[in-house]
Design a protein around this ligand. Structure first.
Ligand code: MRU
Length: 349
């Protein structure tokens, strides 16, 4: 978001076929863009949510500061009600609201909220780079790494988390091959991760979600690196649906399973993963697929018999005992996670 109050984001619904910038001129439109996944990915929706509240602040005409704050809180609730799982969104909204509450007049608060939103966006980029540096130590020359969904630059303000160690390893001259889970139903792997890796010239193969176990058992996949949408205080990890199954297969095959996430993805209010709210999205995402013909025409086709129903949980929880390490911008945590997570957050206070 610039001073003009317009939030600009890559329209991720259209990638990889069309690169288009979506411009949102109001906090309601920005909240809609989060809900409809114009923008997606934990860090990206966190920063976008912060800018949505900044847009709301700009639009409130009130000289009474209490009234201004009350209206801002109302708008913040609209933003909170977009997507429930990625905790970055809630942390970001709370941060910008606190910045407003620290002021004593609306004009000052408008400036402070915008500054705080910018800070959140900048910190996100910095955290991703650090994660890349720490995480690249785990990647050896010649590794084949599996990733799921998209925890790349598109899922954050820049650079990404799961893809950050791969990027740094690649820049430093290591040969890395990435196996990209297609990630049904919204195909963030096939559409977005493949697009990012292609742009970077990193060798990759998109695989059907069901193929990962086969390649692990064959000894082809050496490591798994995924992102996270929320990490509980005990190290349980909520990430894109299908992650849990990958972690089980990795454990069964003796393959390290790494989670890369900034500390803004931790939720100490969730003692364990069963307290993490899991978004269930509309069944149409499972019943139909979208794509573009060779002639460039968008088509949506039904792949399930008419009148059949579908269930569509967007995330699952991987229990901490299946996680080899959590790579953050503050360093790498190893099991047992509870103590190291508590220590890291108490140091921050
Ligand atoms: O539903 P999405 O696309 O917003 O889901 C988020 C994700 O892309 C993944 O779960 C990702 O691995 C973690 S977010 C960086």
């Amino acid at each position: 978001m610039e001073e003009d109050g317009v939030v600009r984001m890559i329209d991720q619904r259209k990638l990889p076929h069309v690169f288009e910038i979506f411009e949102s001129r109001s906090y309601l439109d920005t909240a809609w863009a989060i809900k409809e996944m114009v923008v997606r990915g934990a860090g990206a929706i966190g920063a976008t949510a912060a800018f949505a509240v900044a847009q709301a602040a700009l639009s409130i005409n009130s000289n009474d500061f209490d009234e201004f704050v009350a209206k801002l809180e109302e708008a913040a609730n609209v933003v909170r009600n977009t997507r429930p799982t990625a905790v970055n969104l809630f942390h970001a909204v709370d941060r910008v609201l606190s910045a407003a509450r620290r002021c004593d007049n609306a004009e000052d608060a408008k400036v402070r909220v915008f500054e705080e939103a910018r800070r959140i966006a900048d910190e996100d980029v910095e955290a991703c780079r650090k994660i890349g540096e720490y995480g690249s130590e785990f990647i050896e020359d010649g590794d084949v790494v599996l990733t799921h969904c998209n925890a790349g630059a598109l899922a954050f303000v820049d650079f990404g988390t799961a893809l950050a160690p791969i990027r740094i390893a690649h820049y430093s001259g290591k040969k890395v091959v990435v196996f990209v889970d297609e990630t049904r139903p919204r195909l963030q792997g096939a559409r977005l991760t493949a697009w990012e890796l292609k742009m970077e010239g990193i060798e990759h193969y998109v695989i059907a979600d069901n193929a990962a176990g086969y390649f692990m058992k064959k000894g082809v996949i050496k490591k798994v690196i995924v992102g996270a949408d929320r990490i509980a205080a005990n190290g349980d990890v909520a990430n894109k649906i299908g992650t849990y199954k990958l972690a089980l297969a990795a454990k069964a095959n003796g393959i390290p399973f790494y989670v890369a996430a900034p500390t803004s993805t931790f939720d100490l209010n969730c003692p364990s993963g069963d307290k993490i709210p899991i978004e269930e999205r509309q069944e149409d995402e499972v019943l139909y697929v979208w794509g573009v013909t060779d002639e460039g025409k968008w088509v949506r086709v039904r792949i399930v018999p008419k009148d059949c129903k579908a269930r569509n949980p967007a995330f699952d929880v991987t229990p901490n005992e299946l996680v080899s390490a959590i790579i953050t911008e503050k360093g790498v945590f190893y099991p047992p996670f509870s103590d190291s997570i508590m220590k890291m957050f108490s140091k921050r206070c």
